[in-house]
Design a protein around this ligand. Sequence first.
Ligand code: ATP
Length: 433
Amino acid sequence: QSYDFLDVREKIHHLPQDMVSLIEVVKKVAKEENTKVFIVGGFVRDLLLNRKNFDLDFVVEGDAIKLAEKVNKRLQGRLVTHKKFQTAVVKLPQQPHIDFVSARREYYEYPAALPKVEKSTIWNDLFRRDFTINCMAIELNGEKEYQLIDYFSGLDDLSDGLIRALYNLSFIEDPTRIFRAIRFASRLGFSIEEETKKFILQAVNDHMINKLSQDRIREEIHGIFKDENLINSLALMKELNIFKSLNQGQDISMKEIQKIENIPNTLEVFNTIKREDIRYADIIVQQLLSGIPMELIPKIINNYVSYRQSYHGIIEGLRKKNRVYSILWSENVDLYEVYALLEFATDEMLIFYYNDCENNDIRHYLLYYKLKLQSINTIITGQDLLTLGITPGPLFKRILKEVLKAKVQGYIYTKEDEMAYAKKLYKNYLEMS
Ligand code: ATP
């Protein structure tokens, strides 16, 4: 094969010193062992784009585990090996992640299967990868020391800002690449090349996504949620029919996608809620699914969130949405009604409602509930009612509830107020009975 030569020695030497030394050690050991070693994949892409990347992936034409053992001895790290996959990781404190893998060829026995693997050359190892920009390598030893190996014109696509698959069946063989294409396009501000888009559409329309397990679909979607430029990714997912495929034919409107863009602002409004204390993805999913018919939600929600963690909360939030809006939108809303109405709501649901409803009255009550009402409770307890001579029973509960109600409505404040009010309620009760 012919390919462009590009010397990246300069670029490597401009990396942080730790990293340069690491690469030098691997290069030296490989030379001693007479084994060819390459840096591959995302690291090379990001090096050429001047983006930070602390995942060093080495491909070895030969025995990766043996080489990793030698490197590890030199670096005094901790070695973790997987004989079955011919991979090894060298773990060093506060250092880049270092992976070694034997160059391999992969082939798929059927669509979306796990690939079969056999030892091979760097060419095949690069050919098994997803996009041209991810299948470049840097040769570390041998006659092309520190030269870029670019069999598939990755460098051209990198400068043209294109995500391009290597061959038409790529997305059929591994549908997770559909999500990866979107993720990289959004992260790097690239476009998905037109023919690659067609391949993706074909795979999506042939229901390839549904061949993946829901665990893998979720993992890919959450990868997109966590990556850069989420709105661009969601718009691409829509354009590529992915939502239709995930939602049994139901699309997601651009309006919902645009509302997602506003979630960070909404979160700022609720300034007592910290992002690290909430499940941010739950808010995104609720907003994403808020236009989907309720009866469909339980059937599709596992594509977005796991059953154990978020399933019930998201369904409840969506199911109660209309009721919450209609009560908070009515005239003369009673504060205790707001309190009782929203008691079920998690922070994620409150943020979702605020973000979704686009109505200032509703928003006012949601915020007032979170900042003022939610934390209100009675100071007096059953013990205090006992001192008033009230005997335990249903009356206890009723009086405490009435005291709470008066407090939420803002009629009473202190413990003395509460006691006096409880006393009055008890007196009324005695007079009535
Ligand atoms: P990130 O910054 O997200 O880690 P990355 O390119 O390093 O980006 P990884 O998921 O760590 O992505 O994968 C490392 C490399 O392995 C990729 O650059 C790509 O060459 C290859 N790769 C990963 N997943 C796939 C896949 N599903 N199909 C083909 N190649 C893949």
